[in-house]
Design a protein around this ligand. Structure first.
Ligand code: PMP
Length: 280
């Protein structure tokens, strides 16, 4: 398959990076994943805006003319123009002699490719999660390619048979290793407020808007570990995660929460989400 790298379309095997690329050496870069439903972009501008925010936060100057057109081209070239797929975009600070401080006047390395992804059947999926201390850094609002903590955490969850490792910091639940989390109690929906502790999930924000449309009250407040067992519903959101009902939450090997079926609010949101993404 083809990837777009530094201004050229190349077979993936020919797209290589210098060992001195700061992405390779420092994880000095950011990424984005933007979905296409049946070949149609969903919230593309929102994803690009978040990418711009992250670039600004890490002081990386990157301008790409016709980026949207290139993203569509990636989908086309991958033969996915009618399919469910996503485009991965990554910008690193580029190749420079190794110094901790940001080098000046370096050409960023830009990589992009489209890949097929399953965006069907999320309403029927059931999954369990585990809780762990949030060992990530303090700028989780930046979609950094340095994902050591996230990959360690998710691997731990997968190894124990769970879909996701959901994190807490100062006793408050932040988000998953690669998803946002929502809670339902007394007909109200709770999620951690935006800020440096979480990624501003595009799906998270979209689900908040859906709640407003459906006249479901949303409270952007973190849920504590103690409050967890009293929740009436829990779901995860994300670009490829969509809206997934959580059936159990474990801490160490203890089950803190159980709910075999999605409740009315989760189902309503899933249905509204399907309509918005599929137009039916
Ligand atoms: N939090 C983290 C840490 C993530 O990696 C992701 C997935 N990119 C999300 C939340 C969900 O964000 P989005 O809805 O933009 O995919």
């Amino acid at each position: 398959s083809e990837v777009y790298m530094n201004g050229k379309w190349l077979p993936a095997a020919e797209a290589t990076v210098s060992v001195f690329d700061r992405g390779f050496m420092f994880g000095d870069g950011i990424y984005e994943v933007t979905p296409f439903y049946g070949g149609k972009p969903f919230l593309l501008q929102e994803h690009l805006d978040r990418m711009s925010y992250c670039l600004k936060e890490i002081d990386l100057e990157f301008e790409k003319k016709d980026l949207k057109k290139l993203i569509f081209e990636a989908v086309d070239r991958a033969g996915l123009a009618q399919n469910d797929c996503a485009v991965y975009l990554q910008v690193t600070r580029g190749k420079a002699p190794r110094t901790h401080h940001f080098p000046q006047q370096v050409e960023p390395t830009f990589l992009m490719y489209a890949f097929a992804v399953q965006l069907e059947g999320f309403e029927d999926r059931k999954l369990t999660i585990k809780l762990s201390p949030d060992i990530r850094w303090q700028r989780c609002d930046i979609k950094s390619i340095s994902l050591m903590a996230n990959t360690m955490l998710n691997s731990e969850a997968i190894q124990k048979g769970h879909f996701e490792n959901v994190l807490f910091r100062n006793n408050r639940i932040t988000e998953g290793s690669h998803s946002s989390i929502f809670f339902i109690k007394d007909q109200k929906v709770y999620t951690h407020p935006e800020g440096p502790e979480i990624l501003s999930g595009i799906t998270r924000r979209f689900v908040i808007e859906l709640c407003t449309e459906l006249e479901i009250e949303v409270i952007e407040e973190a849920v504590s570990l103690e409050e967890l067992s009293a929740m009436e519903g829990i779901f995860l959101t994300g670009t490829t995660t969509q809206i997934l009902h959580v059936t159990s939450v474990f801490q160490n090997d203890r089950e803190l929460y159980n709910s075999s079926e999605a409740g009315a609010i989760t189902k309503k949101l899933q249905e509204a989400f399907r309509k918005k993404t599929r137009g039916l």
